[in-house]
Design a protein around this ligand. Structure first.
Ligand SMILES: C[S@@+](CC[C@H](N)C(=O)[O-])C[C@H]1O[C@@H](n2cnc3c(N)ncnc32)[C@H](O)[C@@H]1O
Length: 252
């Protein structure tokens, strides 16, 4: 029987909540440091981590925010984040289990918002961004960080294919141009863009999403068949590890 996008995402992420809390790839990074620096600069009264996963953005912002809300589609994920925040002594963290496109929050409830490595799983990113805009007070800062699709069309196709084989809840890693258009449409004005590269260890990357051996083998086949341009772009290694493009967009 077929399942909705949100059901697939919940069954992919729910059982892996603790793996996302433990994930070194998610627990560190220049993007996380930048988000913490922005929070330190703005000292928000109420900040939102949208699509919080293991909660690393919330843990980074919470010391600078009076109130910190971490929201995610998966109730298993938000329960794990609530427990982890309590263990870390972050008493200002509360959680909400809801899809990004439908948040049970008042208009302008937050004065800072960050969303990292989540939007590529959403069924309707324009709707999620409109909702982000609705719950963010006018003039306040929003940060969107994600993997992004390269300009080289073959590399874009390769990326989406290996992502989908790895994780059936993958929707799309958007290009910079798509991000710019979607943010403009949702009434966000971009103030800064920082790009980076992020190496994914193949065993950890597939293990975190419980990729079955047949699908992991299919990814390895696509990697073996990749053109020299695509292999070079992703720096594909002997064991399947490779390097992605990341984008951090600051907007108001
Ligand atoms: C890779 S994890 C996020 C990582 C986390 N933000 C971090 O920086 O460590 C992706 C998360 O997006 C959530 N997600 C998927 N679809 C969603 C949706 N429509 N609305 C909100 N969250 C969603 C998943 O449940 C998952 O926890």
């Amino acid at each position: 029987m077929t399942q909705s996008q949100e059901t697939i995402a919940q069954s992919q992420f729910g059982p892996q909540a603790h793996a996302y809390i433990a994930s070194a790839a998610h627990a560190q990074g220049a993007d996380l440091q930048r988000i913490a620096a922005i929070a330190a600069e703005h000292t928000p009264a109420h900040a939102l981590d949208l699509g919080c996963g293991g909660g690393h953005v919330a843990y980074a912002m919470a010391p600078y925010a009076a109130q910190m809300t971490a929201s995610d589609l998966s109730p298993d994920m938000t329960a794990a984040v609530a427990a982890e925040a309590a263990q870390r002594g972050l008493n200002n963290v509360e959680t909400i289990a809801a899809p990004a496109a439908s948040l049970p929050c008042a208009d302008g409830a937050f004065d800072m918002l960050a969303c990292r490595f989540s939007a590529h799983h959403w069924q309707d990113v324009p709707a999620g961004l409109r909702e982000a805009r609705r719950v963010l007070r006018a003039g306040c800062v929003a940060v969107f960080a994600d993997v992004f699709a390269p300009q080289l069309a073959a590399a874009d196709t390769h990326l989406q294919a290996v992502e989908l084989l790895r994780d059936p809840s993958h929707v799309r890693d958007y290009s910079e141009a798509e991000w710019r258009a979607m943010l403009a449409e949702a009434d966000f004005a971009i103030t800064a863009i920082t790009k980076g590269r992020l190496r994914m260890n193949f065993a950890e990357w597939t293990g975190r999403m419980r990729t079955t051996p047949d699908r992991a083998a299919a990814i390895r086949t696509l990697q073996a068949l990749a053109s020299s341009e695509v292999a070079r772009h992703f720096e594909i290694e002997q064991d399947g590890s490779f390097t992605l493009d990341t984008i951090l967009i600051e907007a108001v």
